[in-house]
Write a protein that binds this ligand. Structure first.
Ligand SMILES: [Zn+2]
Length: 453
């Protein structure tokens, strides 16, 4: 038996995850994500799909980041009516993320006098097609095609997708967690995998370990307090926000840092934090024990959730030192821009980057040392300190990725290295080949391969 795999997206770059798995009778997709980055990259989201959406039987969603889900309503708009599957937390977070994304899109479209990529009716239709499955639960598409989710440990509800066709198995990793995570369980190792398609966002870089990143964060907060500055953290609403709150919660409760005002100025981040509270069984044992012991892990003195615009605006009048946590994670929109405009010119302030900054985004320009950035049409001087902690990334680093493959290497015949910048994917692919003696490939976007099953 043979299956054809097409790397429709998420190849040749870290975002836009979209893989097509075709057997003689069925067609399934893994993820249908948005390409993120500069304007040129994002323009590709409006291009037609390289396959006919009507012909797809089912879509499996690894997790709720936009680069894995962002084009699902567009798929529906183009005729897809198959079934969609994810874990229950992913579905909850997707619903919130789509609601947020559509508001931003409508706003942008109105400003630029264009049509949004999809409408609210497409989002509603997508959600009506959506079913859920827990980790380990078998989803049967046909007698010889079965799918199982495994815990990827990346964000709440994140899954790897195991596709069993005939006698063989292929694993699509989605994004792989930077285990051990402060909150989540470790990434599962899946046995008996013949073909592996894996992410490589940090394929050529190493992260600080857990203790080191905590120290770095603690020192940055202490410095902010000492200089009476403002610490701005542009952040992704999913996972990084909850991990950061949890870390600050522990530092405050352990008396390691003074109690200063901390604002979570992200309506989506606030809503997703509520989803985290709902799915406590997805947390690791230590965190579950902490919660049972009575600690509200997302609550500490002087933490304020500013969902309303008025409350958000009032942050400006609170004297420093203070910490402002806001979206978007790559400073390409969201409330963080207001704070950056106010606070980047002052050298007593710090901008802390704890997430991946895609090429072409304002966050990446700042990270690369640009001394001026354009915010709301105005040039703003960057005099604030720019600090980077990669250890809070929700992604495995190059060593973690290699270890993951190593744990499964006895059965694996071929590895496809995707979802990374070209140099990251190539570097990891080379390491997999050199250290583990496996056949590893970096496919191009749009390329197809035929595999024996
Ligand atoms: Zn992700």
């Amino acid at each position: 038996m043979k299956a054809k795999i097409t790397f429709a997206g998420g190849a040749g770059g870290p975002t836009g995850s979209n893989f097509l798995f075709e057997t003689t009778g069925k067609k399934i997709l893994i993820d249908c994500g948005m390409t993120q980055g500069g304007e040129e990259d994002e323009a590709t989201n409006k291009l037609p799909f390289s396959y006919d959406p009507i012909s797809i039987d089912a879509l499996f969603v690894t997790h709720a980041h936009l680069d894995h889900i962002g084009r699902i309503p567009f798929l529906v708009k183009n005729g897809f009516r198959g079934k969609i599957y994810s874990t229950p937390p992913t579905r909850d977070i997707v619903e919130l993320t789509f609601a947020d994304a559509i508001s931003i899109m409508e706003h942008d479209a109105e400003k630029k006098q264009t049509e949004p990529l999809y409408g609210r009716e497409d989002v509603a239709e997508a959600l009506s097609l959506w079913g859920t499955a827990e980790y380990g639960e078998k989803i049967s598409i046909s007698n010889d095609l079965n799918i199982v989710f495994h815990d990827a440990g990346h964000v709440l509800g994140s899954a790897m997708v195991e596709v069993k066709y005939g006698a063989k198995k292929m694993l699509f990793t989605g994004d792989l967690g930077n285990s051990p995570s402060p909150l989540l369980k470790d990434t599962e190792y899946v046995k008996g995998i013949d073909y592996l398609l894996m992410e490589s966002v940090y394929g050529d870089r190493e992260h600080e370990d857990l203790a080191e990143r905590r120290n770095l964060l603690e020192n940055i907060i202490k410095e902010t307090i000492q200089k009476k500055g403002v610490l701005m953290v542009p952040i992704f609403s999913l996972e990084r926000t909850q991990v950061l709150l949890y870390e600050i919660n522990n530092m405050v409760e352990d008396g390691k840092i003074a109690e200063i005002p901390v604002f979570l100025d992200s309506p989506l981040g606030i809503k997703i934090t509520e989803v985290y509270k709902k799915y406590k069984s997805y947390f690791n044992a230590a965190t579950q024990a902490e919660i049972k012991g009575g600690d509200d892990i997302f609550k500490f003195p002087r933490l304020k959730f500013t969902e309303d615009v008025q409350d958000s605006k009032a942050i400006r009048s609170v004297p420093p030192p203070k910490i402002v946590v806001a979206g978007s994670g790559m400073s390409s929109g969201g409330r963080i821009l207001h704070h950056e405009k106010d606070y980047l010119p002052n050298p007593n302030n710090t901008l802390l980057l704890i997430g991946y900054q895609a090429v072409g985004t304002p966050g990446r320009l700042i990270q690369d040392g640009q001394k001026q950035v354009k915010i709301y049409g105005e040039m703003v001087d960057v005099n604030a300190r720019i600090a980077v902690i990669n250890g809070y990334s929700a992604h495995r680093d190059t060593n973690g990725l290699l270890e993951f493959v190593e744990a499964m290497k006895d059965d694996v015949q071929k590895v496809f290295v995707v979802m990374g910048e070209m140099k990251a994917s190539s570097f990891l692919s080379q390491r997999i080949h050199d250290y583990l003696g496996l056949k590893a490939f970096v496919p191009k976007k749009g390329e197809s391969v035929e595999l024996e099953f």
